[in-house]
Design a protein around this ligand. Structure first.
Ligand code: HXC
Length: 513
């Protein structure tokens, strides 16, 4: 009885983490404790904790007098919608959630079992970073975590949820994982904080402006999802997992959809404005096409000229990539290259078919874009599409000009089924630019240049900038009535369900980074 009582006492102490005062301080900041977060994220009563009694073995700077059970991180397994996941949650009430040798070993062990058992890994981050008192052992612990993040990449989905500080080299574990979630105003990610920046570059900046959720969601592209509070962020994690397989040997989770796979979409006949310069929201097209209009957009605020996200067609998860004519006319720029390439590679790693909707005038011209590396970043998207072996179905809605035609899932990069609406414009460049180049002398000599230009543009559209030239070459499999779009996409994906595409034997390619 005494031993059992002892166990219960030890458990109770461990569950109290850093003690009542620090828990109160955590709550006062509007944050939960690690165990409260586990309970909020996972299915009720599904959490099985491991390593509750792990303690550090550090000495010096007072560490020898304090051995908190669990060492500032709660680790274990649980379920989300009945599916197994491995989760760690850093406990800020214990030594500021800082990462020392034992703390790091617990996370590394969890990563090992996630990888061995093909189970997604979710990290709930709230930490002061490397535990200062443990010196190089703390750095070693991070190194072990980074190594495992890389080994697990493309094998199991890895999700990082940032719920507090995530500073210094600590940011690189989330950065290697597949999806980063941040809670507004509570989560901050940066390599060096405001004080160091002030000392080194004399810039004055606060935590939020430097590394808050908003800036990482819209400018740096580090964050894929943000939410105003922890409950919403956990709901987002659960939503995302519903589209993902547990590992790279499993199929993505299919469901029975009550949305008719043969449903016609006549409303799409008027999706494209009659004026080719007019924008429209491509998300309306996506929502019309997919099951129940449900589209989980990823990185909504970053590179908004390219829309990416998950949806279902006939119950099967798909990754959707679409140019967004509403923003910068849907051009491809540096950020869009990065955003699209990473998404394509994620879907390819986890057998999620790619559905590409094309309406782009091409790559964004500009000195800044050139000097900042549009060549290198645009090349990522080509590389990603070309190396992807998942089913690739492409539908050209309107503009597909120049290199952007090739990049966006064309037949030439091994697109499997390539379709276009009759409104598609496929050519080297848009009519106005093309006419100015090819007919410069005729325009200069014309008595009425405007009428002459209008006639030349009409001829260019009729003879070149339409889908039938590409269809006549076999670069398109068909030109379809927009009303048939959903049914044709689903038919293509049905056919491609067991696609196998061997690739050349090599260690790995060398994607331009
Ligand atoms: C040890 C730490 C700690 C750390 C915080 N604590 N960070 N202990 N190592 N890195 C402890 C504090 O001493 C304090 O203990 C408790 O955690 C809570 O911290 P507070 O400062 O009271 O909390 P708050 O005011 O909310 O500030 C949070 C904070 C701040 C912004 C994270 O603590 C901070 O700036 N910490 C240092 C961050 C940092 O520079 N880390 C190293 C980054 S470099 P008591 O006992 O008083 O409650 C790095 C390199 C990794 O991580 C390299 C990997 C490759």
């Amino acid at each position: 009885m005494d031993t059992l009582q002892n166990l219960h006492t030890l458990r109770e102490t461990a569950r109290l983490g850093g003690g009542a005062a620090r828990i109160a301080a955590q709550h006062a900041k509007g944050k939960r404790t690690a165990r409260e977060r586990m309970a909020a994220l996972l299915d009720p009563d599904s959490f099985v904790e491991t390593g509750m009694f792990v303690t550090h073995r550090a000495a010096g700077l007072g560490m020898e007098n304090d051995h908190p059970a669990g060492d500032g991180v709660v680790t274990g397994t649980g379920t989300i919608e009945g599916r197994q996941v491995c989760v760690f949650a850093q406990d800020f009430t214990v030594l500021g959630g800082s990462v020392g040798e034992a703390h790091g070993r617990k996370i590394a062990r969890l990563m090992d079992i996630a990888l061995q058992n093909g189970v997604p890994l979710i990290g709930l981050n709230d930490s002061g970073g490397a535990r200062i008192q443990e010196g190089v052992d703390a750095l070693a612990a991070y190194g072990e975590i980074f190594y495992r993040n890389v080994q697990a990449s493309g094998v199991i989905p890895q999700i990082s949820v940032i719920l507090g500080p995530c500073a210094g080299g600590a940011v690189y574990s989330p950065a290697i994982t597949d999806f980063v979630f941040m809670v507004e105003e509570k989560a901050h990610m940066f390599i060096t904080g405001p004080d160091v920046i002030r000392a080194v570059t004399h810039e004055d900046v606060d935590f939020e402006t430097l590394g808050g959720a908003e800036v990482h969601a819209s400018r740096s592209g580090v964050a894929h999802f943000t939410a105003p509070d922890e409950d919403t962020v956990f709901a987002q994690v659960r939503d995302l997992l519903a589209y993902l397989p547990s590992n790279n040997l499993a199929a993505p989770p299919c469901i029975t959809s009550d949305d008719d796979p043969r449903r016609l979409t006549p409303e799409l006949r008027s999706a494209i404005p009659t004026d080719p310069q007019q924008p429209y929201d491509v998300r309306t097209v996506i929502e019309t096409l997919v099951d129940g209009g449900e589209f989980l957009e990823v990185q909504t605020a970053f590179a908004q000229n390219l829309v990416i996200g998950f949806a279902r067609l006939a119950g099967q998860p798909v990754g959707v990539i679409a140019n967004q004519p509403l923003i910068l006319a849907g051009v491809l720029d540096i950020d869009a290259g990065d955003k699209g390439a990473r998404f394509v590679r994620f879907c390819d790693a986890f057998h999620i078919p790619l559905v590409t909707l094309v309406d782009t005038p091409g790559f964004l011209p500009g000195v800044d874009q050139e000097h900042d590396g549009i060549i290198r970043h645009g090349a990522k998207l080509i590389f990603a599409y070309a190396e992807a072996t998942v089913p690739k179905v492409t539908l050209i809605l309107r503009k597909a000009y120049g290199g952007a035609y090739i990049v966006m899932g064309s037949k030439h990069l091994a697109g499997d089924v390539n379709l276009a609406w009759p409104t598609a414009e496929i050519a080297v460049m848009g009519p106005e630019s093309a006419v100015n180049v090819v007919f410069r002398k005729d325009l200069a000599a014309a008595a009425d240049p405007d009428t002459c230009r209008a006639e030349l543009i009409r001829r260019y559209r009729a003879e070149l900038a339409n889908p039938f030239v590409a269809a006549s070459r076999g670069y398109l499999d068909d030109v379809i009535d927009p009303a048939e779009s959903r049914a044709r996409l689903i038919a293509a994906l049905d056919f491609l369900r067991d696609k196998r595409q061997p690739t050349p034997k090599r260690k790995h390619g060398n994607i331009p980074l």
